[in-house]
Design a protein around this ligand. Structure first.
Ligand SMILES: [Cu+2]
Length: 204
């Protein structure tokens, strides 16, 4: 798995009016592996019947949805998964969909920017030059994306209400998938499935 975040891509971070905090440091990232579980496939795979498991790809019907192998109620408490930082400390999300279902990730509090993506067909890395602000981003099977989570003041909070006084730091926001089937766990409902939190701990 190859991800590219070019040196020049983050040169604006830390000295731009839009991103006035710290520059992005190498290693400030989180890996988010999306997966789904159809127990019929797992039963066959565990019994060593890989041909039988592959035969179910066309009728794949997941019952469980995980982020880094965890259902949301656990993912939201997993420090390997939860992005955490202060205002002005950008973080890179490295998301990949290891499963067969299409996801549509959505984050509260900040918008994100896809900087690079890898499409499954030819494993070609596309480092994007025209970077747009995204509220929700699709993750089809085997899709990989690098996304900048800027850790800015949430845009819907008025300047006069910032820094927050009523709801104080740390601010906790959810990330959840907008493909609503994934907000379940074999009949259990939200916040199970493909959900986690991210945390703005305080001012820089
Ligand atoms: Cu939401």
């Amino acid at each position: 798995v190859l991800f590219i975040f070019k040196r020049t891509d983050h040169s604006a971070l830390g000295n731009h009016a839009r991103f006035p905090g710290n520059p992005w440091p190498l290693g400030r990232d989180k890996i988010w592996v999306l997966n789904q579980i159809d127990p019929r496939v797992n039963r066959l795979a565990e019994a060593g019947d890989l041909a039988g498991a592959l035969g179910l790809v066309g009728s794949f019907l997941p019952r469980y949805f995980t982020l880094n192998g965890l259902s949301g109620v656990d993912a939201a408490h997993d420090e390997q998964t939860v992005p955490r930082g202060r205002v002005g400390q950008p973080l890179l999300l490295r998301a990949l969909n290891a499963g067969l279902a299409t996801h549509s990730l959505h984050i509260h509090g900040n918008h994100v920017f896809t900087t690079a993506e890898i499409v499954s067909a030819n494993h070609e890395v596309r480092v994007l030059n025209n970077i747009i602000e995204e509220d929700t981003w699709s993750m089809p099977p085997l899709m990989r994306r690098d996304l900048l989570l800027p850790f800015t003041k949430p845009p819907e909070i008025p300047d006069a209400a910032w820094p927050p006084r009523q709801e104080k730091f740390p601010l906790l926001y959810p990330m959840h998938c907008h493909n609503e089937i994934s907000q379940t766990s074999a009949g259990g409902s939200y916040p199970l499935g493909l959900v986690t939190d991210w945390v703005i701990e305080g001012p820089l």
